[in-house]
Design a protein. Structure first.
Ligand SMILES: [Zn+2]
Length: 80
C-alpha cells in the first residue's frame, strides 16, 4: 500500500483514502491541493485571468467586510 503522491509506504505516515486518487499520506494530499491551487472544490488553475481577478476582488471585499466597523473609512482609500 503506497502513497499515490510520494510512492512511499502509506503505513509510514497518516494514510487516507482520496476519492479518485487512492491511498495517500494526509500531508502529501494537502501539499497536492496547494500545488494544484485547489480550495474546497475550486481549482484556481482552471480559472482564466478575468475570473481569477474577480475572485480576488470578492475575497478582498469579504475581508474588508469583516474588518471592524471603525476602520471602514480607510478601506478603499489606502493601498498596501
Ligand atoms: Zn506520501
Amino acid at each position: 500500500m503506497k502513497c499515490e503522491f510520494c510512492s512511499q509506504s502509506a503505513l509510514a505516515g497518516n494514510p487516507i483514502t482520496v476519492a479518485g486518487i487512492g491511498i495517500a499520506h494526509q500531508s502529501c494530499y494537502e501539499r497536492h491541493l496547494i500545488d494544484q491551487r485547489i480550495f474546497r472544490s475550486l481549482n484556481l488553475r482552471q480559472l482564466n485571468a478575468a475570473e481569477l481577478n474577480e475572485l480576488n476582488d470578492l475575497v478582498q471585499i469579504e475581508l474588508n467586510a469583516r474588518q471592524p466597523v471603525r476602520t471602514e473609512i480607510e478601506l478603499w482609500g489606502t493601498s498596501e
